[in-house]
Design a binder for this molecule. Sequence first.
Ligand code: ADP
Ligand code: MG
Length: 160
Amino acid sequence: MSLERENGAGRMRTVVTKSPEETVEFAAELAASLKGGDLIALVGDLGAGKTMFVKGLAKGLGVKDPQYVNSASFVVMKEYRGEKDLYHFDIYRLDSAGFSETVDYEKYFYGGGVTAVEWADRITELLPEEYLEVRVEYGEGDERKLTLRPVGKRFEDAGV
Ligand code: ADP
Ligand code: MG
């Protein structure tokens, strides 16, 4: 796994993982620095590794069986109990109008647990002022590039 700070942008961080396990471990470590009410906005193509990243968050948050974290796209939201709870959203089948009509999302986005949203770019206008965007992109073979972009003071300060 390699990690570097992007020149100029300063606050953006890029991480390259070489296996699903590395993505899980990276996300699990990141989860340790998260607080209740934090939101991770996951962006990237189908099969890139967004759900894998959420498994890692679950692991890091102390969810008992993180391997059971899987696609939430049919149910829109799944809630997992951990040391900190995890609210896992998947917007794949919805746009922001459909999403805001279907789900009482504010209760979660501003709730006591950590929120992870797959396909967060479909509901950009509904995201809170502060969140951490994680973009997952394909590389060669099992390589994936994770780009972390803090939005708002909370994540810039936290350096996560
Ligand atoms: P998404 O939720 O973005 O649609 P998933 O997390 O469900 O994607 O699937 C990612 C797929 O890519 C899994 O089959 C996983 O095993 C595979 N994969 C291969 N290399 C990696 C990697 N470095 N990080 C994450 N997933 C990887
Ligand atoms: Mg997914």
